[in-house]
Design a binder for this molecule. Structure first.
Ligand SMILES: *Cc1c(COP(=O)(O)O)cnc(C)c1O
Length: 451
């Protein structure tokens, strides 16, 4: 058997998702209402189905994956893992580099690992309509595909600048039968207020979330779904790390370090949490989240309760935040422009169980191009952050002569992001420093809650 491409059988697709809460030193901090009291399940049931809410609050280590979801997973899972021998050679490193590739899914990224079960559990409770938001369109397209598979209507509020600049992701959503609107719209209070203040408002992820939540909360037949951050989303993504562990077993190896890029945190959680189970059992493994220097929630944010959206419609979550109304610079890795991070990822970071690094934009594209030239696959700009962090470690190994085993998750392909690569080649990309002043300003507006 070759150790270049490490494949599993259909029967190796996990039968259960792994819930990291069971192995956390302390129970997770609950989401709070603005009055400082924990949010009640009744409030959440207005927009989420019961089974997903149960997962959100569960402390069970293993949660069964419903058979209809596993059946759909079979179309692209198990995803392949590769030994990056050509990249190792190009770098001249003694380190061994492995990566798992989530870009083989129909929507081209890891996001369908959660859009499919989210559609399934909504259908189970009789919901036939879903709203969601999307920035660059990866989540919107993943949710559109899943909705179509379960006969659920999907309405996507897409950030207006992306709606105009990224027409092909919009076309994908239409192809999968979804309705797509440029946010802000005149269909919601949040949208109308934004347009009244500025008719040319370009939109933001936080505003699109506000619109999608508002619509779902106002209609009995409609629920809302989110593509990252929440516990149940991180849970669904653990199929990545669970498969990776089996793939390492197959080649008789185990990583010293695991890398994944981190926007809202679900990709990192899905990749790293199953390895954290081993760490909790005494195994030595380092888990590293890679984020942009321009939106450095983990490395430069404060650990505090904050809103998940701009308008303050969501519950307060304890997370490393740059402030809910902080506007990150328009970097090309749109999926990593989020002011906060998954509360689970944040708590584990706070407890020192995981690590984080911030990498600048130009260096991430440099790594992406180097990776594409060695391995063939063109990474999404988000994934380039993990590639960069892993290559940096491989180069440190070269300097020190250490033969570490490194592993990263390649969360998606960059086929719809070639305009960003063009800008990199034309020398038009810039590095944004840590926006210290903007963050300081935004942090002044953290919600005040009773202690
Ligand atoms: C959305 C996205 C990310 C960021 O995912 P999070 O789970 O929110 O951290 C990373 N890579 C790709 C390809 C994405 O589409």
């Amino acid at each position: 058997m070759s150790d270049i491409k490490i494949l599993l059988n259909e029967s190796d697709i996990p039968t259960h998702w792994y819930n990291v809460v069971a192995d956390m030193p302390k129970p997770p901090l609950p989401p709070l209402a603005p009055d400082g009291n924990p949010v009640t399940p009744e409030q959440m049931l207005a927009i989420f189905p019961g089974p997903l809410l149960e997962q959100e609050m569960s402390g069970e280590r293993w949660i069964p994956i419903p058979e209809p979801v596993r059946e759909i997973y079979k179309q692209w899972r198990p995803t392949p893992m590769f030994r990056a021998r050509r990249l190792e050679q190009m770098l001249g490193t003694p380190a061994k580099i492995y990566y798992k590739y989530e870009g083989v899914s129909p929507a081209g990224s890891h996001k369908v690992n959660t859009s499919v079960p989210q559609a399934f559990f909504n259908k189970m409770v009789g919901i036939n309509r879903l709203t969601t938001e999307t920035g660059a369109g990866q989540w919107g397209s993943s949710m559109s595909m899943a909705g179509q598979m379960f006969g659920i209507e999907v309405r996507v509020y897409m950030v207006k600048v992306s709606y105009n600049q990224k027409p092909f992701r919009r076309s994908m959503m239409h192809t999968w039968g979804a309705e797509v609107f440029a946010s802000p719209t005149d269909m919601t209070n949040a949208g109308r207020a934004a347009l009244a203040a500025d008719p040319n408002n370009p939109g933001s992820l936080g505003l699109a979330i506000s619109e999608a939540v508002e619509e779902a909360a106002s209609r009995k037949d409609t629920n809302y779904c989110l593509g990252s951050v929440l516990n149940h989303v991180c849970l669904h993504q653990t199929v990545i790390g669970l498969e990776a562990k089996k793939q390492f077993e197959k080649v008789g190896d185990y990583p010293d370090m695991v890398f994944a890029c981190c926007g809202g945190g679900s990709n990192f959680a899905g990749t790293a949490f199953p390895f954290l189970a081993d760490k909790a059992a005494g195994k030595k493994v380092r888990l590293v989240a890679a984020e942009p220097t321009s939106c450095p929630s983990l490395t430069k944010g404060v650990y505090a309760y904050d809103f998940g959206d701009v308008s303050g419609y969501t519950p307060l979550m304890k997370m490393y935040t740059l402030g809910h109304d902080f506007m990150p610079p328009s970097i090309h890795a749109g999926g990593l422009r989020y002011h906060g991070d998954s509360p689970l990822v944040c708590q584990l970071y706070n407890e020192g169980l995981i690590e984080a690094v911030a990498v600048p934009q130009i260096a991430t594209f440099e790594a992406g191009v180097q990776f594409a030239r060695a391995e063939g696959i063109i990474p999404a700009p988000e994934s380039c952050h993990a590639v960069r962090a892993c290559i940096d470690e491989a180069l440190r190994c070269k300097a020190s002569g250490e033969a570490k085993t490194l592993f990263f998750n390649l969360s998606g392909h960059g086929h719809f992001d070639m305009a960003s690569y063009d800008k990199y080649f034309a020398g038009e990309l810039v590095d944004y420093d840590y926006p210290e002043e903007a963050v300081k300003e935004a942090l002044k507006r953290l919600p005040k809650i009773a202690a």
